[in-house]
Structure formats: C-alpha cells, structure tokens
Design a protein around this ligand. Structure first.
Ligand code: HEM
Ligand code: HEM
Length: 291
C-alpha cells in the first residue's frame, strides 16, 4: 500500500499542496502596507487559522485509520494527503508567524509542530523502505512459518537428545530453554541476542549463547568423542539442526527488529501531536487574552 502513497491518484495531494503553498505565499506577500507582516494581521490570522485546521485534519488520520466502516475516502488517500499537507504546514505556519520565533509559548507550538513533522519524515521513510527489507529477509516465507519451523525443530532436538549422554542432553535442553527471541522494544531495536546456556549442571550460572554459538561449538567438539555410533549419528543430526536453528533465529530476530523500526517513530509522532494540540490551544488562548 505505502509504495503508491506519494503517487496517489496521479500526485493529487502533491498538486493540492503546491496550490495551497502558492496561495499562502500570495496572502503573506499582501502584508506590510498598514502594519508589518505578523501573526496578528488579517493575513496572519487567515494563515494561522488554516494551519490549525490542517493540524486537526492530520490528527484525524489517527481516528480514520481505525474506523474501518468509514466511507470518507480510503486510508491510502488520507495518508497521502497527510504526508503532503503535513509537509506544507512547515511553510504555512512559518508564514503565519512571519518567521518571528523567540523564547515564548507561541514558538513552543511551532517547535512541537516541526518535531511532529520530522518524526513523520522518518515514518514515511520507514514505511517506504522497511517492508522491502523485511520481504528480502523472509525470502518468500513469513514470521509465522519460521516460528512454526522453530517449534518443530525444538521438539526434534529434544527427542534426539535422548540418544546422548546426560551432560550433553542437559546442555541441549538448556540452550533451547534459554533461547531469547523477543524482549523489550529497545532490545528488539538493537537486535541483540541475549540467549543463554547453563554449562555446569552443578551451578545455576547461565553464560552467553549468542547466535547459538556456544552450543554449536560444544557439539562440534563433542562429536569426535561420541561414546557409540548411535550418539555419533544423533550428534551429527543435532549439530545440523542447531545450524538451521541459528539461521532461523537470525531471520526471526531481524523481522522483530524491522517491525520495531516501523513502530518506534509513532511513539514520538503521536505524543508529540498531543503536546502540539495542547500548545496550540495555549497559543490561541494567550493570543486572544493578551493581543
Ligand atoms: C487559529 C489559529 C491561530 C491563531 C488565531 C493564531 C494567532 C496568532 C497571533 C495573533 C499571533 C501574533 C502574536 C504576536 O506577534 O505576539 C501569532 C503569532 C505566532 N503564531 Fe499563531 N495563531 C494560530 C495558529 C498557529 C499555529 C498553527 C502555529 C504553529 C504551530 C502558530 C505559531 C505562531 C508563532 C510561532 C507566532 C510568532 C510569535 C512571536 O511573535 O514570537 N500559530 N499567532
Ligand atoms: C503537524 C503535522 C502532523 C500531525 C499533527 C500528524 C499526526 C499524525 C497522527 C495523529 C497519526 C496517526 C497515528 C496513529 O494513530 O497510528 C499520524 C500518522 C502518520 N503520519 Fe503524521 N502528522 C503530521 C505530519 C506528518 C508528516 C509531515 C508526515 C510525513 C512526511 C507524516 C507521516 C505520517 C505517517 C506515515 C503516518 C502513519 C500512517 C499509517 O500508519 O497508516 N505525518 N500522524
């Protein structure tokens, strides 16, 4: 869906934004005869009122996205409009304020608006870029498919481990049990693997099994000293299944990392929007009380 976002209906909202920007510039340039350009002239009020209207309209996307029964345009159309109108706000609000910014409550609204727009740029980049990265990572499969394969692999490994010596069996079970797939949003973003393994049955101490490296090295070194051919055959199979497991975990974790990249910016975009609306109300109230 997001691939066609910018081109939606032959650049309908890019064209609309260009018309809005030109009209705003014309309105702005008609100032300066009676009093210098600022937010308090009729032109300033018009531009400010329109900027506030646009902000409300953009905020409405959050509601529209979730009301699937709505017939008011498609989500794709709304999002395309959102991106272009949101970007045009940068200029419209600056023209409204006649580029006069200072350390005051009015500028707070302006700064918050810029922060919302910048986080929106990142969001747009993420929505256009990461779905492709994810489909390359999945190469035709899906997160569900990998998770199912992993669960099956773990069952097979548990069964195979019964043909091994007790110490090896415990290591295998511990590696499976202490594999860490998901975590906090921050650890998903970092994509760090904090899987662990217990290497001494006498102690509860867990050591790092990052990328299943520790268990794979252990199995590789245990293979030549197998006690009989049944264990040797089982270890051989276990080793290859752990290699597959290592590959699967990498794909699954990368998918989680990409999903986190796709979500993280909304943790800024939405709260900043709320702060912007609050600052805007204060700005308008202050202006009407003191102006
Ligand atoms: C209904 C909407 C709005 C009204 C009625 C309004 C009204 C005003 C007025 C009367 C001024 C002149 C105040 C002065 O020069 O001291 C002003 C300035 C300003 N407005 Fe607005 N405004 C609106 C929307 C906005 C929006 C959407 C933004 C940006 C997010 C914004 C940011 C500013 C800034 C930065 C100034 C300049 C403050 C300064 O001179 O230091 N305003 N506004
Ligand atoms: C002051 C301007 C803006 C406001 C108030 C605003 C507000 C919002 C809100 C409330 C949402 C809904 C989030 C949700 O509920 O999931 C949203 C989503 C979004 N915004 Fe903005 N935004 C602004 C500017 C921008 C800009 C300039 C861009 C990009 C250039 C942008 C890109 C997006 C994208 C890509 C989404 C997600 C749409 C989706 O998930 O389908 N926003 N924005």
């Amino acid at each position: 869906m997001y691939q066609n976002l910018l081109k939606y209906k032959n650049y309908r909202y890019l064209n609309l934004s260009i018309i809005i920007i030109i009209t705003s510039l014309v309105i702005y340039l008609t100032q300066g005869t009676e009093q210098p350009a600022n937010g308090g002239t009729w032109q300033g009020y018009t531009l400010g009122g329109f900027a506030a209207f646009l902000i409300l309209l953009l905020t409405y996307l959050g509601i529209r996205k979730r009301s699937y029964s709505s017939r008011m345009g498609t989500v794709e159309g709304w999002t395309s409009a959102h991106v272009f109108l949101g970007t045009s706000l940068l200029l419209i609000a600056s023209l409204h304020a006649a580029f006069q910014v200072g350390w005051n409550v009015h500028t707070l609204a302006y700064v918050l608006m810029i922060a919302v727009i910048l986080s929106g740029f990142y969001g747009l980049f993420a929505y256009l870029h990461y779905p492709q990265v994810m489909s390359k990572n999945n190469s035709g499969g899906s997160q569900n498919k990998w998770l199912q394969e992993l669960a099956q692999l773990d069952e097979e490994l548990k069964n195979l481990s019964s043909s091994c010596r007790a110490d090896i069996r415990l290591l295998i079970l511990s590696a499976i049990q202490n594999t860490k797939i998901s975590g906090s949003l921050f650890s998903q973003l970092r994509g760090k693997d904090s899987s662990k393994i217990k290497i001494q049955s006498s102690s509860d101490k867990l050591v790092s099994n990052k990328n299943q490296q520790r268990i794979i090295s252990f199995l590789a070194s245990a293979l030549p000293s197998s006690i009989n051919h049944i264990e040797a055959a089982a270890l051989d199979e276990i080793l290859s299944k752990f290699s597959r497991r290592q590959r699967l975990l990498k794909i699954i974790k990368r998918n989680l990392q990409i999903k986190a990249y796709l979500r993280i910016w909304l943790l800024f975009h939405i709260p900043l929007t709320i702060a912007l609306l609050a600052a805007l109300i204060v700005h308008i109230l202050v202006v009407f009380i003191y102006w």
